[in-house]
Design a protein around this ligand. Sequence first.
Ligand SMILES: C[C@H](O)CC(=O)C(=O)O
Length: 327
Amino acid sequence: MSETAPWITYRPELKVLDCTIRDGGLINKHQFTDETVRAVYETCIEAGIDAMEVGYKNSPKPFPKGEFGPWRHCDEEDLNRLFAGHDLERTGLKLCAMADAGKSDYRDQIVPRNESVLDMIRVAFYAHQVSEAVQMIEYCAELGYDTTANLMAVSNIEDVEIDTVLSSIRDTPAQVMVIVDSFGHLYREQIDRLYKKYVAALEGTGKEIGIHAHNNQQLAFANTVEAIILGSNRVDATMFGLGRGAGNCPMELLLGFLRNPKFKLRPVIKLIQEQILPLKEKMDWGPSIPYNITGQMNLHPRDAMEFREGKSPDDYLAFFDDIVFDN
Ligand SMILES: C[C@H](O)CC(=O)C(=O)O
């Protein structure tokens, strides 16, 4: 037995990022009411959460305005409407947006940090987009933002591709490299392997390792805890797990696990009761058999999402037969 009990202490350098609106918006085309977005923001402040990702800085060409709500584009006008006067010093909350390689007009959409309420841009990319991601990170860092590199769908690529991505990201100004389990496929041992691979490749750069987990196999919280135990200090979660498909690591579980007294659980439970639970009537997220199956099979959740939106969302057998025989 270990002679210390690290689970009853805490690491002050561990930071929690809420991505409820950004990831949850992938189910409702970012059509949240201002009231909901504002309530998440106020809850993050009250709960002591370190960063809130309010949406995507993505281009209106593939995501037309009207069909997609404002948090798919995060225009400065909308940011100022909801977060005018946001004060990082006073609130301790960094506001952040994600920009997707290949889907962002980042040179037009992203203004210098001192002209925006945003503090951080997280660049999301697939392995084959790493060169564009490097340019985006450098561009955003020059504008003064904190930046992160989020290599998506890491369960679905070869080791040699991961290694190439890591060596490209190594020399960028990104402060964080995030392990992103987009398909909710990874088990604890794989998180271990990836964490150690990321640490070895980025040694000496001062970059932190982050974790963003999906809940297809009901492992998002467990895998997040595993990454924390290994040393990950940048952790994503969402309120009531609201997020694409099976959803994400639930904030209410994560804050319950962390021992830092600055984190407060009550505001999160209040938000869930008043704002998030009612969304359940019109949005489908959280683990269900179709998402379990795509997670197990290491597939993008899109087929399961379409199925859940169809006429017989609970015909699990039909989905199983379809997906297993098609793959
Ligand atoms: C890179 C981001 O975290 C995007 C995302 O949510 C994913 O799961 O992929």
